[in-house]
Design a protein around this ligand. Structure first.
Ligand code: PLP
Length: 626
């Protein structure tokens, strides 16, 4: 467990059982309950759902919503803030119906709302928040239809706020609200000058593509005054980017946002809501540091700092405390989902057993490699390495020119592997790695083939080098003796995971156990609930995975609350405009012609067609049973 740092990144939600399985840990009033992920895998297998499976643990989503709201409540009570907190979940972070419905259901006790960035997301919000007191914050570019939808929702009693992102939106809002006779709730998005660290910092600063400059903001205020609608301006919005690692940046941004807020109040707007957007980070590394994959603050600290900065700024100007709104997405849903997958094959980078000495007639360069091996001494590692690489490259050149046989080259490559293996073993305890040899461990790493598509399930790992915690979910009482990278099932050289969480940041190989012939080896990719599901694509036509939601009960049992069958091959073919029926008919014609030629019997034709039809209905991933 220490090797994989599970106790650092799991925020207390995952643990290791005595048996050596990863378990989900859920806190109940009567104490913590642990459920082994291997028991969940067994339950999934019994229900005939194949790997890979996206597992959603509903308790963790509820717990994160409660934590955010309770932390703000505690900070508000402790500091005597005269206002409340009311969060919204940004739908784009995970739009799946089960996720949004669970947020709406559990969040109702806190009036937790939703943020929508498009017409489609607004319709989702209207469906999920029927009858709710939660806010619907509409960001994004809004056409007349978007505005009409929001205005009519307002008439039905929804608390739907239009956040003006660009000056062109105001005339549309004015025109449509006049036409429909409905007064809008308006917010403005300020483009803060404060910039932040991390991957997503382009959302902050003067060149951000979102938000209003100070002069645009003044124009909007003047236009609202002119149209007698300044009383509709109730919310200030800002968002600096996702995954902000440094709490000091957040403090600076809130301070700047407060100045905007105070000025808008002084302009005569009623205001009442200060929306600080997203940015609350997730500690993927578990290092609690100012690093793109980590954060140097806790949830409590975030809430306390936000409340404190707002109070200090507003009290100095005697401005009433607003309702604090945040749009935390990543932190709300990241922990909730994990991808379970099996390893379906392994390439071990190991030398095959070697003869004591080469045959006399063997090529001289092969003899030279043998002597490097014989004379290998830990003190002369660099020399051995240089000679080995030199002889290996010479042999490869000769092979290209047809001057050495495949058999001799195979023997040479095997010798090279053995020498490299000895070098890596002798360097295992060395304080420093000679720079040239740094990549050697990776060159010798095994390739474990995982039954997943990075492009479908972990797109950020491919696109922006996001590191997710990945580890075996069982056999943790056994020492992992292999070092590996994970290749996915796509035929793409980018389809690999070769950055892993390590005590010192990240490392390029993952310690794993040798696979057993009679037992599946299961891994989990954790903290994948945010952004990954709909950003994923159909590379090589691998589709949506099976999805299983569970709820852990206080008595230690768990219920499978929802099952969603992943895409079948026919589904996927439909997405790329093939008609599975046409495809089947074409194949049937080909089979019939084969019958006419006498190549197959009618009975064989039927069997082939039945199998073909089963393939069309089948899962797109690696299936162990034919
Ligand atoms: N609000 C807005 C306007 C966003 O653009 C985003 C995403 O970047 C979020 C909220 C969610 O941010 P996070 O996932 O960091 O909480």
């Amino acid at each position: 467990a220490r090797l994989y740092r599970i106790h650092d990144w799991s925020a207390g939600y995952f643990d290791v059982t005595e048996k050596g399985d990863v378990a989900v840990k859920v806190a109940f009033p009567s104490g913590d309950v642990r459920v082994s992920l291997m028991d969940i895998v067994a339950g999934v297998n019994q229900r005939d759902l194949q790997m890979p499976v996206l597992l959603r643990i509903e308790n963790l989503l509820d717990s994160q919503i409660a934590l955010l709201n309770e932390s703000f409540r505690a900070a508000i009570a402790q500091q005597g803030y005269r206002g409340i907190y009311q969060g919204v979940f940004p739908i784009k972070v995970n739009q799946q119906r089960n996720v949004i419905e669970e947020i709406a259901r559990f969040g109702a006790r806190y009036n937790h709302g939703l943020e929508a960035g498009s017409k489609a997301e607004l319709i989702v919000a209207l469906s999920a928040l029927a009858g709710s007191e939660g806010l619907i914050v509409c960001n994004g570019y809004k056409d007349p239809e978007f505005i009409d939808l929001g205005l009519r929702a307002r008439k039905l009693g929804y608390r739907c706020v239009f956040v003006i992102e660009t000056p062109t939106e105001l005339p549309i809002i004015l025109e449509r609200s006049h036409a429909l006779g409905i007064r809008p709730l308006i917010g403005v998005r300020a483009k803060l000058a404060t910039t932040v660290g991390g991957h997503w910092n382009k959302t902050s600063g003067d060149r951000s593509i979102f938000g209003l400059s100070t002069s645009q903001l003044i124009e909007i205020v003047d236009a609202l005054k002119e149209h007698n609608l300044l009383d509709c301006l109730q919310l200030l919005h800002c968002h600096l980017g996702s995954q902000i690692p440094n709490i000091r940046d957040i403090r600076q941004a809130v301070m700047e946002a407060c100045r905007y807020y105070i000025n808008l109040v002084q302009e005569g707007a009623p205001m009442g809501f200060l929306d600080l957007g997203g940015g609350l980070a997730v500690d993927y590394l578990g290092s609690k540091t100012n690093n793109v994959l980590s954060m140097n603050y806790s949830m409590d600290e975030y809430c306390a700092d936000v409340v404190e900065v707002i109070m200090q700024s507003l009290d100095a100007q005697e401005v009433a405390h607003p309702t604090i709104v945040t749009e935390s997405g990543r932190s709300t849903v990241a922990y909730y989902s994990l991808l379970l997958f099996n390893i379906f094959d392994v390439t071990y980078f190991e030398p095959a057993p070697l003869e004591q000495a080469p045959a006399e007639e063997e090529h001289t360069l092969v003899h030279s490699l043998y002597s490097v091996l014989e004379r290998f001494k830990p003190a002369k590692i660099q020399q051995s390495y240089n000679n080995t690489v030199f002889y290996r490259d010479e042999i490869r050149e000769l092979f290209k020119r047809g001057q050495i046989s495949l058999r001799s080259r195979a023997l040479a490559e095997n010798l090279v592997l053995e020498i490299f293996r000895r070098i890596v073993v002798s360097l295992e305890d060395a304080d420093e790695m000679p720079p040239e040899l740094e990549g050697l461990r990776e060159q010798l790493a095994d390739i474990y083939y995982g039954n997943l598509s990075i492009f479908q399930s972990l797109p950020d790992a491919w696109a922006i080098d996001q590191v997710f915690p990945v580890m075996p979910i069982h056999r943790l009482n056994e020492r992992p003796t292999r070092e590996a990278i994970i290749a996915d099932i796509t035929c793409d050289s980018d389809g690999r995971i070769d950055h892993f969480i390590d005590l010192h940041g990240t490392r390029n190989t993952l310690p794993l156990h040798p696979i057993k012939a009679d037992e599946d080896y299961y891994l989990g990719a954790f903290l994948v609930g945010a952004y990954q599901e709909t950003l994923g694509d159909l590379h090589n036509l691998f589709g949506d995975t099976n999805v299983v939601s569970i709820r852990v009960n206080e008595d230690g049992s768990f219920d499978v609350t929802r099952e969603i069958q992943g895409d079948s091959i026919a589904d996927i073919l439909g997405y790329v405009q093939y008609n599975p029926k046409d495809i089947f008919e074409r194949f049937r014609d080909t089979a019939e012609k084969a019958v006419r030629r006498g190549a197959i019997s009618v009975r064989e034709r039927q069997e082939i067609l039945e199998r073909f039809s089963a393939s069309l209905r089948g899962y797109t991933y690696y299936e162990t049973d034919a």
